[in-house]
Design a protein around this ligand. Sequence first.
Ligand code: PMP
Length: 366
Amino acid sequence: MTKIDDLPIRDELRGQSPYGAPQLDVPVQLNTNENPYPLPEPLVARIAERVAEAARTLNRYPDRDAVELREGLAAYLTRTTGHPVTREQVWAANGSNEVLQQLLQTFGGPGRTALGFEPSYSMHALISRGTGTGWISGPRNEDFTVDLDAARAAIAERRPNVVFICSPNNPTGTAVAAETVLALYDAAQAAGPSIVVVDEAYVEFSHRASLLPLLAGRPNLVVSRTMSKAFGAAGLRLGYLAADPAVVDAVQLVRLPYHLSAVTQATALACLEHTDTLLGYVAQLKAERDRLVDALRGLGLEVTDSDANFIQFGRFADTHAVWEAILAHGVLVRDNGVPGWLRVTAGTPAENDAFLDAVRNVIKEL
Ligand code: PMP
């Protein structure tokens, strides 16, 4: 049997494993930060209509520049942040992972580096590796906030080409203050100049406002977003960014032609028509998130303040054993490899109750 390492693959891929959480068939799945609410039926019907319309011209390539969709996303950002965003400032791709990949293909690459503050979303490091970009792991404080002095020192010394700031941060749930982002941006411009990417995949769940208004006057700042979480459309694969129009022009140098299918564009446009209903689910999830935080603290556990649709809780001497014990009660949570801590996604009230029951039982057994 031929193994991967028998193939003439790139050296940096040897011995690596692909990204992915276990996809186990258990009753309560709270491990991948998905939105637990299926799309409402009127939206499902509207998607069918829009896709049927798109199907009539599937013999043709889709709109390569996704103009109507970018217009819709710009309107959504303007409405929800109060900061005017034009379609020239917006770019879309197949999930924000692809957006991040295009950014690294454009601003990273061989001989260049990217820096992120860990623990954070592990794909930042993995997409860096996949694009031949060197990875630099930056520091965090004990409470998982960004250690600003250490971060500034790391940027000045290592002079990365790309800096990732994940806010709210996955897997810790911590949001980053605007002043911190501004200080890191200034440090990155002094050392670089370099691109600063604020990954706001979970921002709709935050107690804090979006960092998007910081884009004004900062051409090397990029805000990345997704329809996978707040819009409840992880299966759609639609991510987007907002930045200076020059950044949007730059990523076109690496994007594959017609990368966003006509079916994807039609579906995303239908979802945007139902924004208010979908944001109603977000409000419910935020309330459930806060209920879970209180309940876990009530059980005597440590919980990191969360601005996302998930919660980091602990601390456990044997994290993996606790993960397995919770799983034995039919609830799948995530072990992100942060020593002492597990992560749970806020689900429906019933799913959250099942999770809390499982935790109550498990800590009794500890
Ligand atoms: N950024 C962060 C912080 C995430 O947690 C995720 C998904 N887990 C993504 C980006 C990618 O999401 P998608 O590709 O579905 O937009």
